[in-house]
Design a protein around this ligand. Structure first.
Ligand code: CAO
Length: 556
């Protein structure tokens, strides 16, 4: 048995970092490469791995300590030889090496310039594998600079932007949002006069050499770590928050659970203001943290155990037949957590009704025919008017007549909004998203149809920004293009109602004398019983039905 000191490895450009989390304690048995502590600079947070296996004898760092490359983290009674490639600083630095001959070594004086095609691969990103592409910044035809960010990828430990190793014109982009990538995967093909980056990125063949995830591997690979949550290994990563280390620190100081904060910053990132807003809402009773909700007798958002429920069934499905396990995507995880909270916390009731849209549909079809003709004749841009756009206008009229449907609960008060921003559920390959059309009371059906088309496309392409998904006062979920009769949509908190719409069908309707064929649209209005009562909901649906059967009423 030998006592070995584990040091901070080469952490790239970071001079001095603060210890923000201790992941082991004296007496723990650690494996080689197991994360020992988390450190944070103003740019990134990262976990420092052990260079050897053994039992922790002594901790040499404490929370808040400032440490740098070479600082001793702890002393272990080593069980065997230190892991070969890990954390003596020199060894780590040596793992990140430029391999492709065309890529000059870090610190080489000049960038190489050549003509032709060059492939840009995912650089050495440590042992992160199958990272989800969550953002694409460039498109074919763009002129790319060396180290310009091409995409953002995300694992359960970090989000990072992947830079281009070369400059040139982007000929082909080989990835899209939703794909997963690993080190060495082909990202893009550049053409023209391509100049190579100084080799701060290790290219694919370096993989075996740089097989250890080390901060050095990340920092030296010129990867900007945007969000590396300081969580204990194995902690839940549902709805992984994006936030800079300084915001994380701020949230920690206030005791704010970052995963419950909605990010309003660029790309959904959580900003300091978001943390402040969340804190204020909790302090004023406008919202509860999950921990508070779980403790509350009226209980709600906690896990099943906190609610006194029996545990979720754990079944070995493979015992009954072949299975395939697939992790859920990020959007599904986030929307799932929100839906669960809303389903549990809101005493929701759904009223079903039918609206006669016979004349409205005939009008919509005639408008579309006219538009199509005008479009073909080059007289105007052809916008397809959708039933959903009429529904939005009709809902705005109903929301104005029954303003509590356009309100939100804030503690014991109701906030009535004098704006009518309508969200609509969009089915996308990545999961359910709710883009928002703003100021619908000021817009016509044509403009709403056009904006809806654009927003739905952006949602499907994974290009919706957070601003385009926030601020809704009421939501419509239309399954009309698919089918079904009625359903019970879940309210999108902090809204207090949502309208579900299914496929219209011809039905025999009694007009007082006889049955006549009418096109009937099934409506399902879910409402928060704390704010709205059944009579108001029935009136809302009836009014909506009147407008839809005679759209001139919108003008009244
Ligand atoms: N009744 C009958 N037909 C309808 C209809 C209705 N209520 N609503 C739409 N249609 C028809 C349209 O007229 C269109 O037919 P044509 O192509 O012949 O003109 C067709 O269905 C396709 O419509 P669409 O669904 O593409 O367009 P939309 O404007 O109705 O909806 C959008 C757009 C983004 C809401 C839709 O694409 C979508 O994503 N719907 C799913 C929403 C969802 O998942 N909700 C569930 C949330 S809870 O899990």
């Amino acid at each position: 048995m030998t006592s070995l000191e584990v040091q901070v490895p080469d952490i790239g450009d970071f001079d001095e970092v603060t210890v923000i989390e201790l992941m082991v304690k004296v007496g723990d048995t650690v494996k080689a490469e197991q994360s020992l502590i988390t450190v944070e600079s103003d740019k990134a947070s990262m976990e420092i791995p052990s260079s050897t296996a053994g039992v922790v004898k002594e901790m040499r760092v404490a929370l808040g300590d400032k440490i740098k490359q070479g600082s001793i983290v702890l002393v272990v009674e080593a069980a065997g030889e230190p892991a070969a490639p890990a954390a003596a600083p020199a060894a780590v630095a040596a793992t990140v090496v430029p391999v492709a001959a065309s890529v000059p070594v870090a610190g080489a004086p000049a960038a190489a310039v050549s003509s032709g095609r060059v492939e840009v691969h995912v650089p050495d990103i440590g042992d992160f594998k199958d990272l989800a592409v969550i953002e694409v910044f460039v498109k074919p035809g763009d002129t790319i600079k060396v180290e310009q960010s091409l995409i953002t990828v995300e694992s359960d430990k970090a989000s990072m932007e992947i830079p281009s190793s070369h400059a040139g014109v982007l000929k082909e982009l080989k990835v899209k949002v939703g794909d997963t990538v690993s080190m060495g995967d082909l990202l893009a093909i550049l053409e023209g006069t391509v100049s190579a980056a100084l080799a701060r990125v290790a290219v694919p063949a370096a993989a075996s050499a740089a097989a250890v995830v080390t901060p050095a591997a990340i920092a030296t690979a010129a990867v900007a770590v945007l969000a590396a949550p300081a969580h204990a290994p194995g902690a839940p990563t549902l709805g992984l928050p994006h936030a800079s280390p300084s915001v994380r620190k701020f949230a920690r100081e206030l005791g704010v659970p970052l995963e419950e904060v909605i990010g309003q910053g660029p790309k959904g990132r959580i900003t300091q203001t978001d943390v402040q807003t969340f804190t204020k809402a909790v302090m004023t009773g406008g919202t509860q943290t999950k921990a508070q909700a779980a403790k509350s007798p009226a209980a709600s958002g906690g896990d099943g155990a906190a609610l006194g429920l029996i545990p979720w069934p754990k079944v070995d499905f493979a015992k009954f037949g072949p299975i395939e396990r697939k992790e859920m995507g990020r959007i599904k995880k986030i929307s799932g957590a929100n839906l669960l909270r809303n389903a549990i916390m809101i005493p929701a009731v759904t009223n079903h009704d039918d609206a006669d849209i016979t004349e409205l549909e005939a009008f919509r079809v005639s408008i579309n025919l006219e538009n199509e003709k005008a479009g073909k004749a080059g007289l105007s841009a052809s916008v397809k008017v959708t039933m959903l756009a009429f529904l939005i206008k009709a809902c705005v009229a109903a929301l104005k007549k029954y303003p509590e449907f356009n309100s939100s609960l804030d503690g014991d008060a109701l906030v009535y909004k004098n704006y009518w921003h309508i969200g609509f559920a969009a089915d996308t390959p990545n999961g359910l998203m709710v883009p928002v059309i703003r100021d619908c009371e000021k817009k016509g059906v044509l403009q709403i149809s056009q904006e809806m088309g654009e927003l739905a496309k952006k949602a499907r392409d994974g290009k919706l920004g957070p601003a385009e998904m926030s601020g809704a006062t009421f939501t419509i979920s239309s399954l009309g293009g698919i089918g079904g009769k009625y359903f019970t949509p879940i309210i999108n908190a902090p809204e207090v109602a949502i309208l579900g719409v299914c496929k219209s069908s011809m039905e025999p309707v009694w007009d007082g004398k006889q049955f006549v064929p009418r096109l009937m649209l099934p409506l399902s209005l879910t409402w928060d019983h704390r704010v709205i009562d059944g009579a108001a909901a029935a009136r809302f649906n009836a009014f909506l039905g009147q407008i839809l059967s005679d759209f001139r009423r919108v003008l009244l």
